[in-house]
Design a protein around this ligand. Sequence first.
Ligand code: UT7
Length: 325
Amino acid sequence: MSVIRSAVTGVGSYLPEQIVTNDDLSKIVDTSDEWIIERTGIRQRHKARDDQPTSDLATEAARRALVDAGRDPSEVDLIVVATTTPDMTFPATASIVQRKLGAPTCIAFDVQAVCSGFVYALSVADGFVARGHAKCALVIGAEEMTRLMDWTDRTTCVLFGDGAGAFVVEPREGQGTTADQGVLGFALRSDGTKTDLLYVDGGPSSTGTVGHLRMAGNQVFRHAVVNIAEAITAACDKAGVSVPEVDWFVPHQANQRIIKGVGDRLGLDEEKVISTVSMHANTSAASIPLAMDAAIQDGRIKRGDLILLEAMGGGLTWGACAFRF
Ligand code: UT7
């Protein structure tokens, strides 16, 4: 039976120039390169310039993804930006990206699911594309997490960084089988009883300030490993594939120990798991497309591969998505 699938036809990413090493951070808080590497796998993170808002990072990643897809900004008809660090409270960062790209009048809005934002945004775009409401969609994860750091809190400020990544998503006709190119299945979750484990202590309708990120790190860690494993299994079930069939796991890049913990729980082959957390730390909604782009650039991920994305973050929210590239 012929079906329309949402295919990922282009991938791009962007990291700001400035690199902040673990040693740099050990000069401002009581930490060390050894502690950070051992507990997280992180070696460095990137930091945006003061005059470089999230939309700049998003626009550059989107341009690169459009080039990769062989598409022009004039063809874009949907822009979904997953971000928890918008340029402004409003308008949506997606509308600013639309202007900066020079895209025509189209659909543009933001999705806020923190570190799970990219998986949520991809599922939203899938709804538009697979139902015929969009023909050239941009799904962007873009974050400047360094803006939310309390630089006196060593338990959080060493963990996060800035960056952006983007997918171009277009309709492709498939046969309704797991061999089809495009999104095959996803699982999205939220547990609002756990908002106090990971949050920013500010906002327009509470404090009137931007606020700083607060996290009960080890509790989030425990939930992450269990929840992500469940979502991966559920997304694979929806897609009609088995976990061992997946060619590449592209996890949210928060902590190498979480990535390994999930892998061990599901019995994943370590060789199939893409990890870039050492290079850019936790970039929240940007981390999945950043990791995906890195693995395409180095030749690991190829067209036709079965990919599994997964993430977990504030909310708590979490989710997974299986697609054939
Ligand atoms: O994207 C999703 C959101 N976030 C995450 O996924 C992060 C989830 N959590 C984690 O990655 C880990 O829990 C952390 C990396 C945040 C912490 O690792 P941990 O192994 O859970 O350490 P811990 O919180 O149990 O702390 C152990 C010790 C503590 O000292 P005491 O109380 O045992 O004396 C901390 O104060 O490590 C100390 N510590 C540090 N020491 C040096 C915490 N942060 C640091 C630091 N440098 N930066």
